[in-house]
Design a protein around this ligand. Structure first.
Ligand SMILES: [Fe+2]
Length: 257
């Protein structure tokens, strides 16, 4: 029985991947939808997000953005060239894409600034309670779990759904119009780069995960991957909810003081 997976169909089509992977993706769809269809994006797309919510979102998401290359580095450390086709693919991809992430933290700060949230606030502000769950989860899964689990949770799940919401916000004329005209291009740069149009990263990550796992992994391994992917979506959703529910950042600081 050949359990080896090698993609032959188009990269960005689900039918190119093993049945178990398609079932995992389908099972995680409700959780993915809870992030993709979150009201946060509606507020942005309609051009009427309030500054306090935007500030919570920018400050609360910062550590995930800033640490993303380090999660990939944690994954890279698990690879060993020559061990398997999946290892080779993962190593090559991670080395190349850590570099791609290089400027993304800076572009996030540009977005924040254009949206009225000062850099210093993002860098030094106290993130709203409950917004660090996704970053903590990525650190845990990339540090302590398998290569496949870490890449599925971060490069497939988090990058994938981020591409979807980024595209919605980037496509919104109302959102662009809500920003100061000067520097609008720089403000939208992060969104532009992450919008899903031609972002093949999540698909490439899925290909790597499937190459590592093969065509017929044990049911408990599949279930574990499903749980890891779902947990990424759930932690993102929870963070977004906390951004909406939080009192202003200053109040949180006063309470904590
Ligand atoms: Fe990025």
């Amino acid at each position: 029985m050949n359990t080896h997976f090698e993609r032959t169909g188009p990269l960005a089509e689900l039918s190119s991947y093993p049945r178990w992977a398609r079932e995992v993706i389908e099972a995680c769809e409700p959780a993915r939808r809870s992030v993709r269809d979150h009201v946060m994006w509606d507020l942005m797309v309609e051009g009427n997000i309030d500054l306090a919510t935007m500030r919570h979102f920018m400050v609360g998401t910062w550590s995930l953005i800033e640490r993303f290359p380090s999660f990939m580095a944690q994954s890279l450390m698990k690879t060993r060239y020559g061990r398997s086709a999946g290892d080779n693919l993962a190593r090559r991809w991670l080395v190349r894409n850590i570099r791609v992430e290089q400027n993304h933290a800076e572009y996030w700060l540009d977005w924040a600034e254009g949206a009225g949230v000062a850099r210093a606030e993002v860098l030094e502000g106290r993130p709203p309670l409950g917004t660090q769950t996704a970053a903590e989860w990525c650190h845990e899964v990339c540090g302590r779990d398998t290569l496949a689990a870490g890449m599925a949770a971060t490069n497939y799940a988090i990058e994938g759904v981020t591409g979807e919401w980024s595209q919605k916000v980037y496509d919104s004329v109302a959102y662009a119009d809500s920003l100061p005209a000067g520097g609008r291009k720089a403000t939208l740069r992060w969104l532009q780069l992450h919008a899903a149009y031609d972002d093949t990263h999540p698909w490439e990550a899925l290909e790597i995960v499937c190459t590592l796992m093969g065509n017929q992994p044990a049911p408990e391994e599949v279930e574990h991957l499903r749980e890891c992917i779902e947990r990424s979506y759930v932690s993102l959703h929870y963070g977004l909810e906390r951004c909406l529910a939080q009192p202003p950042v200053e109040e949180v600081e006063e309470q904590a003081a």
